[in-house]
Write a protein that binds this ligand. Structure first.
Ligand code: AMP
Length: 492
């Protein structure tokens, strides 16, 4: 089965309903979108063989939807690239994937000096791709590659996770089973990058005939996002935790048409989700996933928030539909309830490996499990708490200290608006805990004040030995804090 079948289904059921919107403006109906995708596939097929990698490098734009389906209908492989990357980082991905062609927005086409054919999707020539003969709807072996997903590379160089049609179909089914149940009177607002989280959700909403709404600004503007949620019926969106906080910080009430916000991709601290629930009510669900198991390892379903205690709110939920999730000790035996180990998972969502990287594939897909590199523990109810990536755990005086716990406690201080905890080498302790903090609610705070605050919340040995106030935390283009940059600062 080819993911194109989902668009085919929507076009049959809802031919004349609106499919893709740019802001409030309707760009195509479902039957028009199907037709455009099949013509694009025809043009691609005329130039490239099945399996060719076709990059999409653009801010969020309406063309991305037809490009994905056109690429899939041509049985080529989509390589969506985050538009916020530096042109050099983009070029690295294009080289690694040996792409045949790049579809880019005007802004990116102007910057890319890639040596590959680049088509500016905002230019006049792009229409040539849509006016030729359409291909017939494809029947494809589901183990065929559909999406080369470049990981965000917070712990090393970005790698291409190979996602097949089966992987993305399993992800789609799990989303509809656990997280959201849209229909043709609903809308998916693409607030987060379509090259990643938001784009991965396209098929789940397409198959139900829900509108694909792309904000006109291209990037994320909380006010525009809320306006679009108000305008379009039954809106849902995927937001990174920092985006949720920015939306709540607008102080605006929940738009009445907003139904679901799925958050994930990084830690949502208990204090922040409580504030979000107080402001918007029970519209939230959470996913924990990674490029290697897209959007789907564990999650908090809507019902999990009813009377949720702090342990549930601070967790990443329970195993998703179709996924087996376990926590393993260093010797690969299962950890006991409450014991921290490496989180592993298996299921149809898990990638088939890293693109042209058998060594990394062998390390990551060992013994039939995907090794996530994240440390976690299950409670007796089956909720998984994520502690940190294994590389981020601080070992001080022989004790493991999980930065997330210290960060949670620091964030409960009214004057701390952001916190990030890392380990720094130390002759006496092996490593010491260092906290970088962004002060939000006061001119300054003293170390003694922070110490006193933490001593009421966490064990003495977990307290940072150094606090460093910073204006902001270094983040990558996905909004994830770059701990390795903070560690580097300490080693200088
Ligand atoms: P990426 O492959 O770039 O999407 O990064 C995946 C990593 O982000 C995971 O391995 C986790 O470390 C982190 N992550 C994903 N979802 C969550 C979540 N809900 N809470 C905390 N961290 C998360």
């Amino acid at each position: 089965m080819n993911l194109f079948a989902l668009l085919d289904q929507a076009a049959r059921q809802f031919p004349d309903r609106g499919a893709v919107y740019h802001g409030r403006h309707r760009c195509s109906t479902w039957s028009e979108l199907r037709d455009r995708a099949l013509r694009l596939a025809g043009a691609l097929r005329g130039r490239y063989p099945a399996g060719a990698r076709i990059a999409i490098a653009s801010e969020n734009r309406p063309e991305i939807v037809e490009l994905l389906y056109g690429i899939w209908a041509a049985e080529c492989v989509a390589v969506p690239i985050n538009y916020k990357l530096h042109p050099r980082e983009m070029a690295q991905i294009l080289d690694d994937a040996s792409v045949s062609h790049v579809f880019a927005s005007q802004a990116i086409a102007d910057q890319l000096d890639s040596g590959y054919p680049v088509e500016n999707v905002e230019g006049e020539d792009y229409s040539h791709w849509l006016t030729g003969a359409p291909v017939a709807a494809p029947t494809t072996d589901p183990s065929t590659l559909a999406w080369l997903f470049y990981t965000s590379g917070t712990t090393g160089r970005s790698k291409g996770a190979m996602l097949t049609h089966r992987n993305l179909m399993a992800m789609t089914v799990a989303h509809l089973a656990d997280m959201d149940s849209p229909d043709e009177r609903c809308s998916l607002i693409h607030a987060a990058p379509m090259s990643h989280g938001s784009g991965l959700y396209i098929p789940a909403y397409v198959v139900r005939g829900a509108r694909q709404v792309i904000p006109e600004g291209g990037g994320f503007d909380p006010a525009e996002f809320l306006d679009l949620c108000e305008h379009h019926p039954g809106s849902s969106a995927f937001l990174a935790p920092t985006m949720v906080q920015r939306v709540i910080a607008t102080g605006r009430p929940r738009p009445s048409a907003l139904q679901t916000i799925v958050y994930g991709g990084g830690p949502m601290y208990v204090d922040s989700i409580k504030k979000a629930l107080a402001a918007f009510g029970p519209v939230f669900t959470q996913i924990y996933g990674q490029g290697e198991s897209p959007m789907t390892i564990t999650g908090l379903r809507r019902a999990d928030y009813d009377d949720a205690d702090d342990a549930i709110l601070g967790s990443v939920g329970r195993a998703r539909t179709g996924m087996e999730v376990a926590v393993l000790r260093g010797d690969d035996t299962p950890a006991a309830v409450g014991e921290i180990g490496e989180i592993v998972c298996r299921g149809d969502v898990v990638m088939s490996g890293y693109w042209r990287n058998p060594v990394a594939t062998g390390e990551t897909l060992r013994g039939g499990w995907l090794r996530t590199g994240d440390m976690g523990s299950f409670d007796a109810r089956g909720y998984l708490t994520l502690h940190d990536r294994s590389k981020d755990v601080v070992i001080s005086g022989g004790s493991n200290i999980y930065p997330r716990e210290v960060e949670e406690a620091l964030l409960e201080h009214p004057a701390v608006s952001e916190a990030c905890v890392v380990g720094a080498p130390d002759a006496e302790w092996g490593e010491i805990v260092v906290a970088f903090i962004v002060i939000g609610g006061a001119d300054e705070i003293s170390t003694a004040d922070l110490d006193a605050h933490l001593l009421q919340r966490i064990a003495r040995f977990k307290r940072p030995k150094r606090y460093l106030a910073v204006d902001d935390l270094p983040k990558n283009s996905y909004g994830k804090v770059l701990k390795k940059d903070l560690r580097q600062r300490l080693s200088k």
